[in-house]
Design a protein around this ligand. Structure first.
Ligand code: FAD
Ligand code: DHB
Length: 393
């Protein structure tokens, strides 16, 4: 049975796990990453698309910014569309900050390439991943690979294994509370081989529901539609998707260009926060500890901010100072709750709420009032700009 020791055992090779391992390597701290999917699967997963300015700075500081600098699309703002009109919110003008459109898939690709070059230890396709002895100072991670049982002993275990992972589930139920909220809508997302029809992202509230136009490159568009969470992707032909996008995003004098749809899927929405991100020798980062609905583009950025804070704590720990590490959970949760309220606010303001005719009509008009205020008040726009481009750590 292969037995290994390392300082940090990281479960999950999503952006959070790969980035943490890379940040630790940069600081001379060794780690091992254990992932239950294949490397091809991890590389192919299409998810978030917008990086806060702070996330770009973190990736660049860690030597991961080369392709990001040439292929990332820097956006000065976003468009908000409602009642048939499109309004530009200019973050650069309002607060001197920007965001960068660069797919999560590209971030993961850069991380995998960097780790491969550096010869990092990442076990893919690990089955039966389990954590042990979390209350001790030498916790273990075990898994099977090619029929062989592996056993890693570490100083700390980091759960970067997403919402459905084993790490959070290893904390005794009496020691953790889960705060969550579901939404009566989901997003149907598509990737299409067509040049974006817009220079910056469009978030639209339409009577039929939310729609968004994002992008991945000068030749690939990413678009989203609010759909029923019980909806079946089989019922959404390409033609039906484009028709709905044309209706919800269309304004006079502007054309939405259509192209071949290369990927489509429906994602439910939820808000979720664990009451703690640390338990003895275990730390949680990213989706393992919290989930936001995607409207404010915060999922990936929250994972990056957790990792930045935890890496700083671990570096200080090995330098003999435990203050930052001891404060990790509280500091990361404080930032997360501010991010939660922003994501919830953006989501509820921009989606059609189901309900009886009267209450749905009230909600819709109230949302239009909110958007009208937002697009006419510089104070409100600065607040949006500050939160969208990223709160400080
Ligand atoms: P993950 O990316 O989930 O990575 C966790 C990793 O752990 C995965 O590789 C998983 O295979 C692995 N793992 C799981 N269980 C185990 C186990 N038992 N053992 C070992 N490994 C395990 N955010 C946005 O901002 N905008 C979006 O449009 C958007 N779209 C999304 C669409 C989907 C379908 C999902 C699920 C999320 C989306 N998000 C979006 C959120 C964003 O992608 C996440 O916040 C981000 O991926 C978090 O990174 P992570 O590394 O914490 O978790
Ligand atoms: C994208 C996703 C988001 O959740 C968002 O708010 C903006 C853009 C995207 O996938 O491009």
């Amino acid at each position: 049975m292969p037995k290994e020791t390392t300082r940090i055992a990281i479960i999950g090779a999503g952006p959070a796990g790969l980035l943490l391992s890379w940040a630790l390597r940069d600081a001379g701290i060794d780690s091992i990453v254990v992932e239950n999917r294949s490397q091809d699967y991890v590389l192919a997963r299409i998810r978030a698309g917008v990086l806060e300015q702070g996330s770009v700075e973190t990736l660049t500081r860690l030597g991961l910014g080369a392709r990001l600098a040439t292929e990332g699309l820097v956006h000065d703002g976003i468009y908000l569309q409602f009642a048939g009109e499109r309004h530009h919110i200019d973050f650069a003008d309002l607060i001197g900050r920007t965001v960068t459109v660069y797919g999560q898939q590209e971030v993961v690709k850069d991380l995998v390439a960097a780790h491969t070059n550096a010869g990092s230890t990442i076990y893919y396709e690990a089955a039966d991943v389990a954590v042990h002895d979390l209350t001790s100072t030498s916790p273990r991670v075990t898994f099977t690979l090619d029929g062989e049982q592996h056993d890693i002993t570490a100083d700390f275990v980091v759960g970067a294994d997403g919402f459905h992972g084993v790490s959070r589930a290893s904390i005794p139920t009496e020691a953790i509370m889960l705060y969550d909220r579901s939404y009566p809508f989901a997003w149907l997302g598509i990737l299409a081989d067509v040049a974006p029809s817009t220079d910056e992202l469009i978030y639209a509230l339409h009577e039929d529901g939310f729609a968004m136009h994002s992008m991945r490159s000068p030749s690939v568009s990413r678009l989203y539609l609010q759909v029923d969470p019980a909806g079946d992707i089989q019922n959404w032909s390409d033609e039906r998707i484009w028709d709905a996008l044309q209706r919800r995003l269309g304004i006079p004098g502007w054309t939405l260009h259509e192209g071949v749809i290369t990927e489509k899927s429906i994602t439910p929405m939820r808000s979720f926060v664990a009451s703690r991100l640390d338990y003895h020798s275990l730390f949680l980062v990213g989706d393992a500890g919290h989930i936001v609905p995607p409207t404010g583009a915060k999922g990936l950025n929250s994972a990056i901010s957790d990792v930045t804070q935890l890496a700083a704590g671990l570096v200080d720990h090995y330098a003999g100072d435990d203050t930052t590490l001891a404060g990790y959970g509280e500091a990361a949760l404080a930032r997360q709750w501010r991010t939660q309220q922003f994501s919830q606010w953006m989501t509820e303001m921009l989606h059609r709420h189901p309900g009886d005719l009267q209450s749905a009509a009230f909600d819709y008009r109230s949302q239009l009032g909110q958007l009208d205020y937002l697009t006419t008040s510089l104070h409100a726009q600065r607040s949006l700009a500050e939160q969208y481009t990223g709160l400080p750590l």
